[in-house]
Write a protein that binds this ligand. Structure first.
Ligand code: ACO
Length: 364
């Protein structure tokens, strides 16, 4: 039997029309559009329509009103949040509330599964801060309503644009760990809710979508540009990984880092706190890349999406504990597109393992 491939590195496990991650050129395509073409230009609803086109019997011209109605529909589940759930981490609480949605495969459920992380994250973070949840406003765009439900006040157009740019930037990214998990579950025909829950569970790990919260801790501990190099060297001496750096596919800079850095810089123009933070992050980035080059010369470790994700979500006043959930708000659109693509053409995903354990004693 063939050797197992650790981490399935370089294994091509699916064909997709949804996105292409070119790790050598540092380029991301979403259904034929470059990231630069859509991030900061298209709304999240429009990109969700682009991803889902052809994977449901009919996609309306604009998904915004249907997504607004879906936010309203899932808000009813928020009443199930008891003290036990509210005491869990944000992503665990959001996962539990999402699991209340029945399984199925239609467009209405797909929209509710995109609405779920948005509505539940806002409700959970408010509850954890001692505030009552705020009901969705279906007339607003998705990004605007997420910020309003989270804060209890309308966000500025610049903030809405920044969150829209973020959601679009992270909506899909090839066969990453959470998308693969979603496709495996979809391949068993378990239903879209199950596929999204699988994606969310994979996303929460610190090597995947759980990284941006720890990025904030790193920036806080470093404190000033002068402290960046000694702090980073100390972390590597302890055997820690530097959060926000390294990627399985990219050997050059992750193009999403630049898309998000642009969004942070645009937002910083109207905010007093962000410019100093951006300068600190840039200094940490320069120092980290230098230290990683010295310590890991055989591997091209570059900035990934999470460094500037952390900065952007912090500037939008999301609590770091909720960052993974905000990632899920965007990526849910991709999980669902992949689940539908898997259902449309893919077989049951069932690879093999190579047994290396003990064999029963065979009598001579
Ligand atoms: N800091 C320090 N060392 C690193 C880092 C890092 N951020 N990333 C990789 N390495 C080292 C590993 O220790 C390993 O060294 P070794 O060969 O001496 O043991 C080598 O580089 C290769 O590492 P792998 O684990 O094989 O790389 P892999 O492709 O499996 O890992 C990953 C990719 C998980 C993203 C990794 O780079 C990492 O842990 N980064 C930090 C966490 C992070 O930022 N995650 C978000 C990724 S983006 C996303 O998922 C949305």
């Amino acid at each position: 039997m063939a050797q197992a491939i650790d981490g399935l590195e370089s294994v091509v496990a699916a064909e997709t029309v949804l996105s292409e991650v070119d790790g050598e050129a540092g380029r991301l395509l979403i259904r034929g559009r470059t990231l630069e073409e859509i991030a900061g230009r298209w709304s999240f609803e429009a990109v969700t329509g682009l991803l889902w086109d052809g994977f449901f019997p009919e996609i309306p011209e604009t998904l915004a009103p249907r997504l607004g109605a879906a936010r309203q529909a899932v808000f009813a589940e928020v009443s199930a949040m008891d003290d036990t759930l509210a005491g869990r981490t944000a992503v665990e609480a959001v996962r539990a509330l999402t699991a209340r949605l029945a399984d199925g495969d239609d467009l209405d459920l797909a929209l509710r599964l995109v609405a779920a992380p948005a509505v539940f994250t806002a409700a959970v973070t408010r509850r954890q801060a001692g505030h009552a949840p705020i009901a969705p406003d279906p007339a607003l765009g998705h990004a605007a309503d997420i910020l309003r439900m989270t804060r209890g006040a309308a966000a500025s157009p610049a903030e809405v644009a920044a969150l829209d740019a973020y959601l679009v930037t992270v909506c899909d990214h090839g066969l990453n760990a959470s998308t693969f998990a979603a496709r495996v579950v979809a391949s068993t025909r378990a239903g879209l809710t199950s596929a999204v829950l699988a994606g969310l569970s994979a996303l929460k790990g610190p090597l995947h979508g759980g990284a941006p919260g720890p990025v904030i801790e790193m920036l806080d501990q470093i404190g000033s540009p002068a402290n960046a190099r000694p702090w980073l060297e100390g972390a590597l001496d302890r055997g820690d990984r530097l959060m926000g750096f390294g990627h399985r596919v990219y050997r050059v800079r992750d193009p999403r880092a630049d898309a998000l850095k642009r969004a942070v810089a645009a937002l910083a123009g109207g905010s007093s706190a962000a410019p100093g933070r951006l300068a600190l992050a840039e200094a940490v980035e320069v120092a980290a890349l230098a230290v990683l080059r010295e310590r890991k010369p055989g591997r091209s470790l570059q900035t990934n999406v999470e460094l500037y994700t952390a900065l952007l979500l912090e500037a939008l006043a999301f609590p770091p504990a909720a960052f993974t959930c905000v990632f899920a708000m965007g990526r849910a659109a991709g999980w669902i597109a992949h689940a539908r693509e898997q259902l449309a053409g893919g077989r049951l995903v069932r690879p093999q393992s190579r047994y290396v354990g003990p064999r029963p004693h065979l009598a001579a």
